[in-house]
Design a protein around this ligand. Structure first.
Ligand SMILES: C[S@@+](CC[C@H](N)C(=O)[O-])C[C@H]1O[C@@H](n2cnc3c(N)ncnc32)[C@H](O)[C@@H]1O
Length: 204
């Protein structure tokens, strides 16, 4: 996934959590908690993939033992500061998504989750990343915004590429052949703006 994420977060005022931004992030996780708890238990080990400043990893750490990883050290530095302020059981590690088996080991977590990450990769890369996540943990929670075609700019001013994938693309193409345990559309997600999100739970 190309692009200057640090600049994107800092220019957008999204690098550091505050009370105003943390509360909706926590509410979003509370809303999703019943889904997580269908597959893992409270206190289980969750790897939060390409965690950014920790908008998902940090609220998740109120319920699970979370390791967030990202390849951008400046973003990770912000995530650590956010974690100290708002996290519970959370650590942040520098790693590349494509190296997670090497970095963390096979079967090292109970689940891998990601939010707002997979739609930045081409379809073949998403499949590679799913295979890697399923080596690291038996359950994958994946959340992707369902942008409209107009909201997807291709490559934006930060060099970040976003793909316009529909729910049908995920179910009938990208995730085809995978063990989709559950999927649903979340009507509104308040953290990075208002758009629908698609969540899929994938098992081995
Ligand atoms: C949309 S942000 C993730 C936001 C995050 N889910 C949250 O809830 O705060 C995408 C992140 O992916 C990271 N990233 C991009 N490519 C990566 C890779 N190959 N390995 C690890 N992290 C990567 C970027 O540095 C960026 O922080």
């Amino acid at each position: 996934m190309k692009g200057d994420w640090f600049k994107r977060f800092s220019d957008g005022g999204k690098l550091y959590l505050n009370d105003e931004s943390f509360q909706p992030a926590l509410s979003a996780i509370k809303e999703d908690l019943p889904t997580y708890l269908e597959y893992i238990r409270e206190g289980d080990k969750v790897l939060e993939a390409a965690c950014g400043p920790g908008y998902t990893a940090i609220p998740l750490s109120h319920y699970f033992k979370v390791t967030g990883f990202d390849r951008d050290v400046k973003v990770l530095d912000a995530a650590r500061q956010n974690g100290e302020k708002y996290g519970k059981d959370v650590e942040f590690v520098e790693a590349d998504f494509f190296d997670i088996v090497k970095a963390f080991g096979k079967n090292s977590f109970d689940a891998v989750s990601s939010g707002g990450v997979l739609e930045h990769f081409p379809k073949d890369k998403i499949k590679t990343l799913l295979d890697l996540q399923l080596e690291v943990a038996p359950i994958v929670f994946a959340q992707m915004p369902l942008f409209t075609k107009e909201q997807v700019e291709g490559v934006n001013q930060f060099g970040i590429e976003t793909h316009h994938y529909t729910k049908k693309d995920y179910l009938e193409d990208i995730f085809k052949g995978y063990n989709i345990l559950e999927h649903r559309t979340l009507e509104k997600r308040p953290v990075f703006g208002r758009f629908r999100e698609f969540m899929a739970v994938i098992g081995r």
